[in-house]
Design a protein around this ligand. Sequence first.
Ligand code: S3P
Length: 428
Amino acid sequence: MEVVINPVRTLRGDVQVPGDKSISHRAVMLGALAMGETEIENFLTGEDCLSTIRVAQSLGVDIKMDQNRVLVRGGGLDALREPGDVLDAGNSGTTMRMMAGILAGCPFFSVLTGDASLRCRPMRRVIQPLTAMGARIAARGGNAYAPMAISGGDLCAITYTSPVASAQVKSAVLLAGLFADGPTTVIEPARSRDHTERMLEYFGARVEVEDKRVTVWGRPDLRGRKVTVPGDMSSAVFLLVAGATVPGAELVVRNVGINPTRAGALDILVQMGADLQIFNERRVNGEPVGDIRVRGGRLTGAKIGGAIIPYLIDELPALAVAAALAEGETVVRDAAELRYKETDRIDAVVKLLGAMGANITGREDGFIVRGGRKLTGTVCDSFGDHRIAMAAAVAGLQARGTTRIKEADCVRISYPAFFDTLNLISVQ
Ligand code: S3P
């Protein structure tokens, strides 16, 4: 599907974004491993989280869904059953890597696969630690890529020093650690998002966090809980960048998860001069949540690198658009992980914004944008990546002429109603 974006006069609105993708996945997985009922509200009904539901159902978990309310009936750690067929994670890296951790702990055979994009994404990063815990895993390309076949069970607790700051890797090992006796520890080079730790604790596991080191104790009695999923910062950021850069704009985005390990983009936008305010701060099932007001103005470039990168990794396509519209230079470094997302996102943002007339250069671990040039609408490739499609749309709101986004329906992965919301807030 192609979507056409025309320039707007300004933006106005008071909106909500859909539920957080990372938290929605985790609520289903922990609900599946807990004893009793887990009721999930504001679940993200995007394709990725539906993949997690389907995989859990194939393992025998009773899951019912009514719009964005999901009911999971778990039978505890030992209730999962050998699936009768290959498990399909679709486009979702979180489903594949975190489910691999769970399956490593289960005493049966299973095979995980995914779509063409997911089958090109690195899996050795989970296969290695899970094998060290005792799972037998065979995967394509010399144990590097899905499909991967897992024979699980009989795991040993380990201390794993991860070479990458990846919440999916950390979570896979912690979930496998639930099936082992004793403490399993993951040490990261930089802290990644901590939703798994928070939710494990909320479901009754013993978890200890000390700087970049997380430990979970195995064989806990997890109890089903009610989980209310906050709005997804990674979806909100597209509206926030639009609101911060369109002259005269005023937007309120309500009920957004502002967990510090996810909110790096807010810090950078403020550093760039964005008029942002967070209010109504509250806590929902262990996660900080707030409402955010943004007003349009002039931004300046920023330096983005180091330990903040994992706190904004999914927001970099949106921040690249902000950088293209800002005065001065923005340098993004230490973000080589962007190359291993749904598409190579360094390549994709350089091609997208370059085609729209921005001065942007790719580097091995990031990109440099010399902002302030007027963008021009063109035919844009989304590369089948939801966040690239949304970045193109935000750039298109302020481009000269019309922007056409190819394969724009990939927004269904994380934000199915994105274009409807954009129409709703646009003032022509
Ligand atoms: C996620 C972790 C991040 C992020 C992805 C979701 C998660 O990936 O990019 O969109 O839910 O744990 P990595 O773990 O590969 O950094």
